[in-house]
Design a protein around this ligand. Sequence first.
Ligand code: ISJ
Length: 258
Amino acid sequence: MAQAESNPGNVYTLESVRKGLVRQEDTIVYGLIDRARFPLNSHTYEENYSKIPGFCGSLVEFVVQNTEAVQAKAGRYQNPEENAFFPEHFPLSIVPSYPFTQILHPGAASININKSIWKKYFDELLPILVASGGDGNYAQTAASDLSLLQAISRRIHYGKFVAEVKFRESPQDYEPLIRAKDREGLMKLLTFESVEEMVRKRVEKKAMVFGQDVGLNGDDEKKVKRKFDPSVASRSYQKWIIPLTKEVQVEYLLRRLD
Ligand SMILES: C=C(O[C@@H]1C=C(C(=O)O)C=C[C@H]1O)C(=O)O
């Protein structure tokens, strides 16, 4: 049977949350491929371009806020793995609630670093991912941005679950650092350099494999054409996706004993 992306059976161990992160890499790499189909399409991001009646902001903000509002009504944000970019514009869910396993400390709900993710996405990722220019597909571009932003946000906020299982595995190591509000000490304790290196290498390999054109005869395979530069994926992981995941872990741990 196919495996769902979110944690099947809601079992949380360091091994299972790491598997969750590995699976989420696929979604992020496919999201990168999808966004790279379009050039920058800068009008999507210009506040003065779309002039949407009754709305103040860019087309991407319009698409993200309205899509999030529909998804909130449909119950998306009842799952503690999901965090909205514009929670301030939120209607409540109108569907029956599902009893998601609540393994996180209640303080987790106050952690949402989507504003930083939004900034890194537009300032650091897009300029190295897409070609310059425009092709008029502004709404499609915004929709593609939204699904990639959601995938990256889910990955980064999954740090809450990673931190919870790390804490449960060795509370005696974490508690004194939490009480002392020792951010640096916590960061050091939760960091596994060798795991990070594996993540970066695997992401670059996935970007290479998923992003190549697939031909049916040997000749095609020799002149491999790529849908985007695979190092964009690993550089983004190294420069901000992994660091922000760790920042979420530290923020979570600092609230863990409240
Ligand atoms: C997510 C973890 O915590 C840290 C962050 C990592 C990441 O974001 O990929 C990898 C290793 C750790 O340094 C983990 O231990 O798996």
